[in-house]
Design a protein around this ligand. Structure first.
Ligand SMILES: [Zn+2]
Length: 162
């Protein structure tokens, strides 16, 4: 049996957003786009942290409080109650995010296609659905004005702000 911790919407305090295994390697730290330094949460207001029923347990297993950290979900169905924002009209309007795997140091770049919000009150964001692009692909996609709304939601990678 894998133990999981339930995360709740911090705005309405009752909606279950996701259950994350207590022991997981699927954690990623956000890097600055230009200099690859770790991103400090105080500088980023885009994402809101969910509450957990056991804040003390959460703190003790969380070694990455000083940095922006994300849990990579298997797919969108791993969330309990989640809403998604509309995709940006064009890749030129998209925001990009760079993350590094805590497990193996792998660095990945994503275009943010969907922001994840509470399925009940629509507040958030609690994470994002990203379209994987390396930096070369990113240039090409921007050049041709790639339409992110054509991307199948199943082809996105979903990250929960941890
Ligand atoms: Zn809510």
């Amino acid at each position: 049996m894998s133990l999981k911790l339930t995360y709740y919407c911090p705005f309405d305090e009752t909606t279950k957003i996701i259950r994350v295994p207590r022991e997981t390697d699927n954690l990623y730290l956000q890097l600055h786009d230009s200099n690859d330094k770790l991103v400090n949460p105080s500088k980023i207001f885009k994402f809101s942290k969910c509450k957990t029923s056991e804040p003390s347990v959460h703190r003790s297993i969380h070694q990455y409080n000083d940095f922006n950290c994300f849990y990579k979900a298997k797919d969108i169905w791993e969330f309990d109650n989640i809403g998604v924002s509309k995709p940006p009209p064009n890749i030129k309007n998209a925001e990009f995010i760079k993350v590094k795997s805590i497990e193996n140091g792998e660095v990945r770049n994503y275009a943010i296609v969907r922001y994840l919000v509470c399925g009940h009150c629509d507040k958030g964001a609690f994470g994002f659905g990203g379209y994987l692009l390396d930096s070369e692909q990113r240039e090409n996609h921007v050049e041709i004005g790639f339409d992110l709304s054509t991307v199948n939601p199943n082809d996105l990678t979903y990250f929960f702000y941890y």
